[in-house]
Design a protein around this ligand. Sequence first.
Ligand SMILES: NC(=O)c1ccc[n+]([C@@H]2O[C@H](COP(=O)([O-])OP(=O)(O)OC[C@H]3O[C@@H](n4cnc5c(N)ncnc54)[C@H](O)[C@@H]3O)[C@@H](O)[C@H]2O)c1
Length: 360
Amino acid sequence: MFDKIYNNKKVLITGHTGFKGKWLTLWLSIMGAQVYGYSNEKKYFSNIFFNKKIININGDISDFFKLKKLIKKVKPDFIFHFAAQALVSESYLSPHKTWISNVMGTVNLLESCKNIKKKLCLILITSDKAYRNIEKNSGYKETDELNGNDPYSASKSSADIAIQSYFKSIFNKKKNIKGAITRAGNVIGGGDLSKDRIIPDFYKAYLNKQKLIIKNPSSTRPWQFVLEPLSGYLLLGKLLYQNKINNYEAYNFGPKVNYNFRVVDLIKEIQNNNITLKFKLTNKKNKFKEAKLLKLNSNKARTKLKWNSVLTFKETIKFTIEWYKGLIQGKNNKEMKKLSIFQIEEYYRKAKKLGLDWTK
Ligand SMILES: NC(=O)c1ccc[n+]([C@@H]2O[C@H](COP(=O)([O-])OP(=O)(O)OC[C@H]3O[C@@H](n4cnc5c(N)ncnc54)[C@H](O)[C@@H]3O)[C@@H](O)[C@H]2O)c1
């Protein structure tokens, strides 16, 4: 897969202990990459996703000198930048920390790469929330305005603009630095325990035999399985490395526009997986304002990168619930690692059946 481009390559992942970072670390390890991970905390489930070969560096993305020194020393072939304060609710409580991590953290990373002489591909993750949300039904395109409202969304819009500025005015003079911005929708899957996210909330309520309180049951989100955008990020890295796409562009990664589901649909589908869940729907206003409708238009990735999503909504929930069921049934770390690797392999098999280019 990915033309074996990642085999024996040095890949730095910032935020590798987070939800997306852990899955990418595992996937890259399977493909033979030497992964370096830079994160400020060792989060849950690391033992499931990491092996002894991974080089873990504990550090803050706001520590410019540490990050710069690391990049100079490692000389990575690829950097996937995930590190961020990634929760909207937390951004209301800690706006300053959110801005420092998300905006200055990104600027620190860009600045640290400025004088690298070796070929380097940068995959920079912002968010669908970076777009100015006007509850648009046709989905946001890459050319739409970036202007988030809450501190998280605004910090992601700002990080995105900072990246574009580095692309247009600093990196464009250096042939060795390739780069792309990615804006993906809400991801779900195993391995997440973050607060105020629907799947971890379900798991915690189920485990503690509590009622799951569902705020805003009719809110719609472009949910996708965690491996869907990751396949897009890996594909982007490969195509940049092979000089097969234009440098310095942005790509959305989300399900098809007509494929959006409400919170209540997600809950119903969880129950279709032999889970008896006690829950209570409430339309009580959320403490923190979040957009009701969020849709992404990913046609650019579909046409230019030949990327596509692989799983149906039903399969997305099935993969997700299967993973948490493993934990509930008491599987140990080794068995959970086997299950996680199996899910990557199964995802790959389904993508291959669909004839997706990246599976070659
Ligand atoms: N999860 C989603 O649904 C989603 C949707 C769109 C975009 N994103 C973006 O994707 C990226 C990864 O999201 P996630 O869900 O894996 O997040 P997460 O919260 O699970 O993980 C965040 C990671 O960043 C690290 N981190 C946070 N602040 C840091 C700091 N100051 N210094 C160093 N490391 C720091 C954490 O240790 C962790 O490894 C983020 O940039 C997020 O904004 C996520």
